[in-house]
Write a protein that binds this ligand. Structure first.
Ligand SMILES: [Zn+2]
Ligand SMILES: [Zn+2]
Length: 167
């Protein structure tokens, strides 16, 4: 229901010096999990200062929002935790939308924009074996034996140390 969430602000009562919205909201109130590669297990924390704009009509909202997202790794498809924080939230709302200002969709955007388009569970994620699909971060699969998935130096030393080459 629009208009009654924790991130709704009654701008009729907004004092000239502004007000602070501070707290945490459950992620399902924001709808962060609409994205199939993203889970948001915990709350979204926020501190937002809302103040009327003196020269023009409208409200200025500034502050930060943060949460922990579980995001699907582009290489291995596992869900990895990322702390995301938007430090420079700044929205200007023209005074056109009635008595209630609903910040929910903008907070959602702030969080999603903070997050990079591509994501890895870690910088050196090994990904999935193209043959059998095993997650190579959890160890080698049987089809990777005999060829190296560990990098060029491992491959070289495996060749150099091979005793089978002597005959
Ligand atoms: Zn990964
Ligand atoms: Zn494999």
């Amino acid at each position: 229901m629009k208009g009654d969430g924790p991130l709704c602000l009654n701008i009729v009562d907004l004092p000239p010096e502004g007000t602070v919205l501070e707290g945490a909201v459950a992620s399902d109130e924001i709808g962060l999990e609409d994205e199939s590669r993203i889970r948001c297990p915990g709350p979204v924390r926020y501190r937002l200062q809302a103040a009327p704009i003196v020269q023009e009509e409208g409200v200025l909202v500034r502050g930060w929002v943060e949460t922990v997202l579980l995001v699907m790794c582009d290489r291995c498809l596992s869900m990895a935790e990322h702390l995301v924080r938007a430090d420079d939230v700044c929205h200007h709302y023209p005074d056109e939308e009635g008595n209630l200002l609903d910040l929910t969709s903008d907070v959602r955007e702030d969080i999603l924009l903070t997050f990079p388009q591509s994501s890895l569970c870690r910088m050196d994620c090994q990904g999935l074996c193209p043959s059998c699909g095993k997650n190579l971060n959890e160890g080698d699969c049987s089809c990777s034996q005999g060829k190296s998935d560990e990098g060029p130096w491992e491959a070289l030393s495996a060749l150099d140390l091979s005793p089978g080459g002597e005959e």
